[in-house]
Design a protein around this ligand. Structure first.
Ligand code: GLU
Length: 304
């Protein structure tokens, strides 16, 4: 039996198992546009090193990638600033919620990592430079389209508007960062770019393809930068649930409050899952379980 054949069976079994679950978590409701989403949906897609792609469930339904966009934003910021970025944001797990304000004040306005909201706002500011947000967003969308090999990837303006109207915690973070001298652009401008990048909509099929550069199948950025992004995904990609995700799944992964997760088995697979219901840490409940099942069935793990 070929690997693809086994994998097709694994994905079908995982999708069937997830369809039977009654505890599906809660879709994010702090962004009104995301609150109404049907929690019954589940999709998974896997790209392998030989170019094969296999999917199951609602794999062609676009969803809001939210914080998964921070991975692509980080790649662009590192491309512009290189290691200088690390003078403005650290590389430590936070142990706090994704939108926590507490730690930022006690640590002098230097966010713990580029994946908590405060760190992503600084990273977006760095990636923006002195360009208009439109130019940065065009570069970001261009990068994602190239990595996915698909031009049909867009920003969902309704989601961006919804978060702009209600994202008061992010405004608080951005203004505090500005007060501490860790934003070069005005807070509103940076948040405009940040909310629009979070509002990019993709299917798991597109997202799994977009992650191929992190699995080492596509060279879009330097390999040592890929390794570092993967390290940050493993240690910080699930906020205060990162340790649990590493323990259960054993792969670098980045979640978003839209219910998506992008995970990478370096050299083997790029995997995207989506189910809108979240656990207490704001990570997809069934997405995490599906990845745990997949890792167990395939043996994929970075820990041997
Ligand atoms: N746009 C979301 C926020 O800033 C992203 C959070 C996430 O996906 O974890 O609150």
């Amino acid at each position: 039996m070929t690997l693809a054949h086994d994998l097709a069976q694994d994905l079908a079994a995982i999708a069937a198992e997830m369809a039977s679950r009654t505890d599906r978590g809660q879709p994010a409701d702090y962004i009104p546009e995301l609150a109404a989403i049907d929690a019954k949906q589940f999709g998974i897609s896997v790209c392998l090193a030989d170019g094969t792609q296999l999917s199951a469930g609602d794999s062609a339904t676009p969803f809001s990638i939210q914080s998964i966009s921070k991975v692509f934003g980080l790649a662009i910021a590192l491309g512009r600033l290189g290691d200088q970025l690390w003078t403005r944001v650290r590389r430590e797990p936070s142990g706090h919620a994704f939108n926590s304000i507490l730690q930022l004040e006690s640590e002098g306005g230097i966010p713990r990592n580029p994946f908590v909201n405060a760190g992503a706002i600084v990273t977006t500011d760095a990636a923006l430079g002195h360009r208009p947000p439109k130019e940065y967003l065009a570069e970001l969308i261009g990068f994602i389209r190239t990595s996915a090999g698909d031009e049909d990837i867009h920003i969902d303006r309704a989601v961006a508007r919804s978060e702009t109207e209600t994202g008061h915690r992010n405004f608080a973070l951005a203004h505090f960062l500005k007060a501490q001298g860790n934003l070069t652009n005005p807070p509103d401008l940076v948040l405009g770019a940040y909310f629009h990048q979070c509002a990019i909509a993709m299917t798991v099929e597109q997202l799994a393809r977009a992650g191929r550069f992190l699995a080492g199948f596509q060279r879009l950025i330097a390999p040592e930068r890929v390794r570092r992004i993967n390290a940050l995904m493993l240690t910080c990609g699930h906020y205060d649930g990162s340790g649990e995700f590493a323990f259960r799944v054993g792969l670098p992964g980045k979640s978003g409050v839209g219910g998506g997760i992008l995970a990478v088995a370096p050299g083997r697979a790029s995997i995207a899952v989506w189910s809108p219901g979240l656990n207490a840490q704001g990570n997809s409940l069934l997405g995490t379980e599906a990845l745990e099942m997949l890792a167990r069935r395939t043996g994929w793990s970075i820990f041997g």
